[in-house]
Design a protein around this ligand. Structure first.
Ligand code: CO
Length: 184
């Protein structure tokens, strides 16, 4: 297993529409293990393949640190070739961060509930309906597979406020306690 360096803003791979996973083999198992290790090493709750330099439709999630009282625990899961088949509920605000944007947290509105179909780390087809943080993480990570980033949802005002922070990330002028791909 290996901790992989994380791609940060504004690497062009983060803007790619990713390709479906086609080979269900040991190399994919190893990539998934490495992505989990990378996510845990950086204390993230979700990590998408483009963030480790792979333009593939795959993300990993372990939302247990965000578990709230009374919520059912959702185990660590890999989502291979996921598709969101339903979004429902109102749009709710939550403060999101992203391992590709060290130091930034911003309020983003998203649908409360999603239903997602995917293949898991045991290469089994699954369908999950989720609310709360699990829904939130799924929507954030799904966006990564389509080249969409959480800053895209911010108001023009917030983007102006963050301009300097974003420039610092873009130029690699950041303090981060996990390995990142050098910028520039
Ligand atoms: Co992210």
């Amino acid at each position: 297993m290996a901790v992989l360096p994380i791609v940060t803003y504004n690497d062009p791979i983060l803007r790619k529409y990713t390709e479906p996973v086609t080979e269900f083999d040991d190399a994919l198992r190893e990539l998934i293990r490495d992505m989990f290790e990378t996510m845990y090493n950086s204390e993230g709750v979700g990590l998408a393949a483009p963030q480790v330099g792979r333009a593939e439709r795959l993300f990993v999630m372990d939302g247990r640190p965000m578990l709230e009282e009374g919520e059912e625990e959702f185990p660590p899961t890999a989502f291979i070739n996921p598709s969101i088949v339903l979004k429902s509920g109102g749009r709710v605000p939550l403060d999101e961060g992203c391992l590709s944007f060290p130091g930034i947290r911003e309020t983003v509105f998203r649908h409360d509930i999603v239903k997602v179909q995917y293949i898991n780390q045991d290469f089994e087809e699954q369908e999950t309906e989720a609310g709360g943080w699990i829904s939130r993480i799924i929507q954030h990570e799904m966006d990564h597979l389509n080249g969409i980033l959480f800053i895209d949802y911010l108001s023009a005002f917030r983007k102006v406020m963050l301009k300097k922070n974003l420039e610092e990330i873009d130029t690699g002028d950041i303090d981060v306690d996990y390995p990142v791909v050098p910028r520039g």
